[in-house]
Design a protein around this ligand. Structure first.
Ligand code: C2E
Ligand code: MG
Ligand code: MG
Ligand code: MG
Length: 273
């Protein structure tokens, strides 16, 4: 019924009303059918070696290709997906889609570049997570090293997830902390948390040339990462000044609009080849 769809459509963008159960149910149905109709798409943002300018990998970022509204960014619907209890399904779809896309690129003769996937807390409650993951990779004939999982600090901090993260690492999957520095960056937990890589949050990068506190924090993160043997990437690099600061202070990798925004898959093909 058109009216119901229109309402659901409206409520997704109206956070004031989302507490009401009836509306939640409607949103859940709408998202569920979006999943079934394969209305979600992934864009890919290249990650760059700061010194050579070469593409070293990419991050998969989800968009909703809405039949009427066009492309909608994740900020608008990720929380609703979580609330609707669809995050496991959505994440499983993202993983399968990334693997499918990597195979397609491989078949076109592109080099296989590591691709990172954003993982939310609830995905860790997926049963047989590691087995399923290995099965998907195996099905596509892909090595575990082509995947990276980005976890935000709030998720990462849950100690109950450490064994799973450790297993992923043991299997050769890269685990990174997303938005590093924005939540509970206790240096102590870096000691225990099974991670390979840190992503410096954009909020610090925007402070380059503006805030000496942000600059000091960035330099400290670079130091800690290199001392502890973590790979490091700066997120949200938009200006030449920011790039020069990061190169000068030995941040090895860069992601941001200065190089590329998230790109549809057909454009990645031009950048990566
Ligand atoms: P994130 O993982 O921290 O991703 C980086 C966000 O910064 C992306 O926004 C990207 O488009 C944007 N960005 C990249 N470079 C620049 C820059 O130079 N300047 C500025 N201003 N922004 C830049 P996007 O695509 O809207 O994604 C927002 C968030 O949604 C992501 O933050 C991530 O937490 C979440 N997300 C995206 N895709 C997925 C997904 O497949 N699953 C889950 N669970 N979350 C996702
Ligand atoms: Mg991310
Ligand atoms: Mg981030
Ligand atoms: Mg973020």
């Amino acid at each position: 019924q058109a009216k119901t769809l229109e309402d659901a459509n409206f409520f997704i963008f109206d956070w004031e009303l989302r507490e009401k159960l009836e509306q939640k149910t409607m949103i859940a149905k709408y998202l569920h059918s979006a999943l079934e109709r394969e209305e979600f798409v992934l864009h890919y943002q290249p990650q760059i070696n700061a010194v050579t300018g070469k593409m070293i990998g990419m991050e998969a970022l989800i968009r909703w290709n809405h039949p009427e509204k066009g492309l909608i960014g994740p900020g608008t619907f990720i929380a609703a997906v979580e609330e609707a209890g669809l995050m496991i399904q959505l994440t499983d779809w993202v993983i399968r889609e990334v693997c499918r896309q990597l195979c397609e690129w491989r078949a076109m003769g592109l080099p296989l570049l590591r691709t990172s996937i954003n993982i939310s807390n609830s995905w860790f409650y997926n049963r047989n997570l590691i087995e399923n993951l290995l099965a998907v990779l195996d099905h596509h004939g892909l090595e575990t090293s082509v995947l990276e999982f980005e976890i935000t600090e709030s998720t990462a901090l849950l100690e109950e997830h450490y064994p799973l993260l450790q297993q992923m690492r043991d299997h050769g999957i890269v685990v990174s902390i997303d938005d590093f520095g924005t939540k509970y960056s206790s240096l102590n937990y870096l000691k225990h948390f099974p991670v390979n890589k840190i992503k410096i949050d954009r909020t610090f990068i925007t402070g380059i040339g503006v805030s000496s506190i942000d600059e000091t924090i960035i330099k400290s993160i670079v130091f800690v990462a290199s001392q502890l043997g973590y790979d490091l990437i700066a997120e949200g690099v938009e200006t030449q000044e920011q790039l020069e600061f990061l190169i000068k202070h030995n941040c090895p990798h860069i992601q941001g609009f200065l190089f590329f925004p998230p790109l549809p898959p057909e454009d990645i093909h031009k950048v990566a080849s």
